[in-house]
Design a protein around this ligand. Structure first.
Ligand SMILES: Cc1cc2nc3c(=O)[nH]c(=O)nc-3n(C[C@H](O)[C@H](O)[C@H](O)COP(=O)(O)O)c2cc1C
Length: 505
């Protein structure tokens, strides 16, 4: 039994590092290994195609025998893009196998969990190879070019960027893309308002360097936490520990003294300096466009790498932002759970579900279902969901429907919008709301002339597709085979007609 297996046995977790996690996924039957595919365009393109075919739900893909690299230098895509992998990773207590049961289980976990600070170790698997200064060569890893029109290869797409707040001392992890510039430098893209960027600005205002570490192949629970918007001041290390029910393990970074994930696959430590920038991008983004500034690169801070730590035969983790629904499933589940929680905390009763639709990039088209209890209830839910912390980032359309609608089925949602809403009565528009440099509906001229692509605004629409409260008790009956009749038909005719029962609930 090796050290990591012993650690897993001593805790609640079913795995203790990414390698054990990959084995578990393989046992679940959700891992596909592909050999001989090319690093640039082909590997990311295979993942994007598989993910798109599955509507955003797909097996994890592990690429090995990558031409030009030693066997065993692997690339992993699609860590958490299925209900079963998410459930296994976080040991979720699921009451059903469907997406909304998964959202519910994640929401329960968020409500019940307590923050668990990381356990500090003297060394970890990540210390297997440690290099510094001129020994460092990031080209030894299969860093891919993801999309045809990208401006380069990206080292960080499925990773965590680690930094410490200079005033409060807490440690943030965020997933902010890192473009490969040369053997020892990366370029870092952090949108306005990101915790990492706020921290960097504080150092720069004092004329001090901003120390960072970039970790790939971490515990998938830590990667997930790093992609989630959690309150300022809460470290994603503590949050991930709570989410998984098992503390993360860290070692002290030799150069930055930042806590580094002890069993990650690859970690680099370095620093950004005030005024020291390089052209970054373009890079295909989650909304399905090159929306930052079209195909023009933008100046972003350079990370000068001082230390490289990696495990032998490392697994290089990636994600593929692209036209949805690619690579967004775990984001959709957790953002839905977080918005649901925020609605309840704001005092909105009877919420029956929230779903941040993958086709809207999990940020642009969110749906709330509720059982209406009083006049104005559905409007209240829509306005709060569109402006709460977890929903406000662009958050363009929020649809509110009655609880008979399956909010994870867009045919049902469109049916509700088109039959129960009336544009004049049902649309609410708020103006000058939070947008982003990634917002494709903001004109390129605005991003260029403001000299800061983040100085943007969007309006937000609430589509109240609930039956009007004043005549809800006289709402028109739905014309559809009843569940009772449907069951009888399935029993009698299901086999002959190859019916699976999805057509009638
Ligand atoms: C795959 C992926 C890539 C992302 N890339 C970026 C990025 O390049 N820059 C950025 O500002 N946010 C990016 N995000 C969003 C942030 O990771 C996310 O908003 C996170 O909550 C930020 O952490 P923070 O709240 O600690 O700043 C990405 C998210 C995902 C899932």
């Amino acid at each position: 039994m090796n050290a990591t297996t012993q650690n897993a046995k001593a805790s609640n977790a079913t795995y203790s590092d990414l390698r054990e996690w990959v084995e578990q996924v393989d046992r679940l039957g959700e891992l596909t290994t592909i050999r001989g595919a090319d690093r640039d365009l082909e590997i990311p393109g295979i993942w994007e195609t598989v993910s798109r075919e599955g509507g955003g739900i797909a097996p994890a893909l592990l690429f090995d025998d990558i031409p030009g690299y030693p066997a065993g230098f692997r690339i992993l895509f699609g860590e958490l893009e299925s209900v079963r992998r998410l459930a296994m990773t976080l040991r979720l207590e699921m009451k059903g196998a469907d997406i909304l049961s998964c959202v519910r289980a994640c929401r329960d976990r968020l409500r019940k969990m307590t923050l668990l600070p990381p356990r500090k170790l003297a060394s970890g698997a990540i210390s297997e190879n440690v290099e510094s200064g001129s020994e460092i060569d990031l080209y030894k890893f299969p860093v891919p070019q993801h999309h045809e029109q990208d401006g380069g290869r990206f080292f960080g797409t499925g990773h965590c960027v680690i930094s410490r707040d200079p005033d409060e001392g807490w440690v943030n992890l965020g997933t902010y893309r890192c473009m490969l510039l040369d053997r020892r430098s990366l370029c870092l893209h952090m949108s306005a308002g990101r915790d990492g960027r706020t921290m960097m600005n504080k150092y720069f205002t004092r004329g001090e360097p901003f120390k960072v570490a970039v970790a790939l192949g971490t515990d998938p629970a830590l990667y997930l936490a790093s992609t989630m918007t959690i309150p300022w001041g809460v470290s994603e290390y503590d949050f991930a520990g709570g989410l998984k029910g098992d503390p993360m393990e860290v070692i002290e970074g030799p150069r930055t003294k930042l806590p580094l994930p002890a069993n990650a696959e690859i970690v680099v430590e370095g620093e950004c300096r005030p005024g020291d920038t390089h052209l970054e991008g373009p890079f295909g983004e989650w909304a399905g466009y090159y929306a930052n500034c079209g195909l023009s690169p933008v100046h972003e801070p350079i990370i000068h790498i001082k230390t490289l730590l990696y495990r032998s035969s490392p697994i290089f983790t990636c994600s593929q932002p692209a036209k949805p629904p690619s690579d967004l499933f775990a984001q959709g589940v957790f953002r839905s759970a977080l918005i649901w929680d925020e609605l309840e905390k704001a005092g909105v009763p009877n919420v029956r579900g929230v779903w941040c639709e993958l086709a809207g990039g999990t940020r642009l088209f969110n749906i709330v279902s509720l059982k209406q209890a009083y006049p104005g209830h559905s409007r209240q839910a829509g306005i709060i969901a569109s402006q709460c912390g977890s929903g406000v980032y662009i958050g363009r359309y929020t649809v509110v429907v009655d609880d008979d609608i399956d909010i994870t089925d867009m045919k049902d949602v469109i049916w509700a919008i088109s039959t129960r809403s009336d544009p004049v009565r049902s649309l609410e528009i708020t103006r000058r709301g939070r947008s982003s440099s990634a917002d494709p509906a903001v004109a390129p001229d605005v991003k260029v002339t403001s000299h800061n692509p983040d100085h943007t605004f969007t309006s937000k629409a609430i589509i109240d597709a609930c039956w009007p409260y004043e005549w809800i008790n006289r709402a028109y009956p739905v014309a559809q085979v009843s569940p009772e009749l449907s069951r009888r038909i399935l029993t009698k005719w299901g086999e002959q007609l190859k019916l699976n029962g999805h057509g009638s609930q």
